[in-house]
Write a protein that binds this ligand. Structure first.
Ligand code: SF4
Length: 399
């Protein structure tokens, strides 16, 4: 079965990714990865994470995918060697110099080519193989026809992975200078401030400070704002094409996002029959920018942008998650205010959604009774829910 790769911004998220069905987890360190604003892993965290994954039969990949300056190589190579000693299964790189340097070290860890390298041809993929890579990420900018053609020409000589879900850049993935230009924080250094998600106005040069609205509708114009990628309908075709791994984007996303996305794609990979409407309803439970199939259908079209808003709230609010389970009860950590008697939807690994009604009154872990509880309170529920259960308030019924 095709490997399902999930992102993790910290150790807690790594555990959630495993619980919800990831076959492998990729994460970055404080230095060298393209997500400087994720929590990121210390070397100690990385070692613990790799051990956690291996004891559960899962794989660990670590991103070293910045485009480094000359004086940064020694540190990156040393980090790669340390990760190899920790038995990381793969190191994800973008830079040719770093690939060559790590290859010379004869590491046990496989070398994977990051999405940041924008590999759009089988010629390029085979060149990476010759340089020592064992897996290449095929660029998000490819159509299904192009992916199939690449797969045929690679003929199994190098593993391939494809992003099936997550945020999209409006430019060639990550090769974008507007964050550097507008905020001084470089996307290719892992510091993107996401100006493609800002709301824009028009200013005429002789009228500084007079912001003229440019309207797509009455809420404004987010003209760089791509919808989020969701390729659930293409999983059978991509599987048939022989892709090695399906990758989910989002090292900065929440445990709710991880649980919802990983569980959907795990179900699809296991052959459960899920209609497009059901998949969208499932994914819409978490915040998103609207969903698109991106370039895989052949072209990026006007409807693939979300011009009227930069993010939707989703059709549910993350209410709480189970942090300790017992035979007849569980302890939950509240994430958004909840009330006694409230109905909440339950998301659990490998289970269908169902609903519970909270007791009235609620009971705190200190034994107090309360009518409502705010974020970060801990409550004792007389319901035996297992670890990694998410409770959420449905704001709109599923489509
Ligand atoms: S600003 Fe937007 S398009 Fe540019 S790198 Fe950042 S996320 Fe991608």
């Amino acid at each position: 079965m095709t490997e399902l790769m999930a992102p993790a911004g910290n150790l807690e998220k790594l555990r959630w990714a495993v619980a919800y069905g990831a076959d492998s987890v990729y994460f970055g360190l404080e230095f060298g990865s393209l997500r400087n604003f994720a929590d990121n892993f210390t070397l100690e965290n990385a070692e613990e994470g790799i051990r956690y994954l291996h004891t559960r039969g899962k794989k660990a990949y670590v991103t070293l995918n910045i485009y480094p300056f000359s004086d940064e190589y020694d540190r990156l190579i040393q980090t790669g060697c340390l990760l190899d000693d920790m038995q990381a299964d793969g190191l994800i790189v973008s830079d040719l110099g770093l690939l060559a340097a790590l290859k010379k070290k004869n590491l046990k860890a496989a070398l994977h080519i990051s999405t940041q390298a924008n590999t759009t041809s089988w010629q390029s993929a085979l060149a990476y193989k010759d340089l020592g890579a064992s897996r290449v990420n095929l660029a998000r900018e490819l159509s299904l026809r192009q992916i199939k053609e690449i797969q045929q020409n690679l003929n199994g000589h190098i593993e391939t992975e494809v992003f099936i879900h997550g945020a999209l850049c409006f430019s060639y993935s990550g090769r974008c200078a507007i964050s550097d230009y507008m905020t001084g924080f470089g996307a290719n250094r892992g510091q993107c401030k996401h100006p493609c998600r800002y709301l824009y106005y028009l200013v005429e040069e002789k009228r500084p400070g007079k912001y003229m609205p440019v309207l797509e509708d009455n809420r404004g114009l987010y003209f760089f704002n791509s919808k989020d990628l969701a390729l659930f309908e293409y999983i059978p075709a991509l599987t048939e094409a022989g892709i090695t791994a399906f990758k989910i984007e989002g090292r900065m996303k929440s445990i709710h996002y991880l649980a919802a996305t990983i569980s959907l794609y795990r179900r699809i990979l296991e052959g459960q029959s899920i209609s497009a409407q059901q998949a969208l309803a499932w994914l819409n439970r978490v915040p998103n920018r609207g969903y698109t199939s991106g370039f895989i259908k052949g072209a990026f079209l006007p409807q693939d942008y979300s011009w009227d808003k930069s993010v939707s709230a989703g059709t549910s609010r993350f209410a709480a998650n189970v942090i300790e389970s017992a035979a007849h009860s569980c302890t939950i950590r509240v994430r958004n205010t909840i009330r006694s008697g409230q109905k909440l939807e339950v998301l659990q690994p490998g289970k269908n959604l169902f609903e519970i009604t909270l007791p009235s009154p609620l009971q705190t872990t200190e034994g107090k009774t309360v009518d409502f509880a705010q974020s970060e309170s801990h409550l004792l529920l007389p319901i035996p829910l297992p670890d990694y259960t998410i409770l959420r308030q449905v704001l709109q019924p599923a489509d």
